[in-house]
Write a protein that binds this ligand. Sequence first.
Ligand SMILES: O=C(O)c1ccccc1NCC(=O)[C@H](O)[C@H](O)COP(=O)(O)O
Length: 183
Amino acid sequence: MFVKVCGITDFCQIDWAVELGFSAIGVVLYPKSKRYVTSDFAKKLSSYAKGKILTVCVSLTYDDMKDCANFFDYVQIYEYRKVKGLIYASSAEPAHRDYEYFMFDASMGKGIFDEDIPDWIYNYREKLIFSGGLDENNVRSVIERIKPFGVDVSSSVEESPGIKSYDKMKRFIEACKNAMTEK
Ligand SMILES: O=C(O)c1ccccc1NCC(=O)[C@H](O)[C@H](O)COP(=O)(O)O
């Protein structure tokens, strides 16, 4: 299963993600985020990660990231744009199908899990990355119930705003792996 850890702000967090078996790291270019990194630093993180793990640059709009988008494997944005490697993120049903993946996300890094999961989401399973308030305790039921292509996490694997925790990342990925193997 595809598991992305978002809001990576340092090289050692990339090493942890690789060692623990995450599929992708996200780097946030939204200036108001507590996980914001500059475009120059985002490029350094991406070139450090290249070949070790998939890389995603994340912001609300493509304009926030356009000068470093080409350094990443995917771009995750909350608007629809015809761009290479699009992960289209929204909490509403997408009007287009022209994306690599659709991320269901109403949280935008706030750690909010909404129990009220819409029925239309099941139509998008094959390319669905489920996100928003996931943690080591609730991810299993999401995987079992929705059977998404992938999941994404940020807040619950942090020890303080913007700083990831190795132990929490480990417990989260283990919960994902257990959900996939212990059926
Ligand atoms: O992480 C942010 O600060 C952020 C800011 C603006 C847009 C998107 C952002 N994050 C996107 C992600 O992929 C998060 O991992 C996703 O929203 C889930 O976050 P969380 O609920 O904290 O696990």
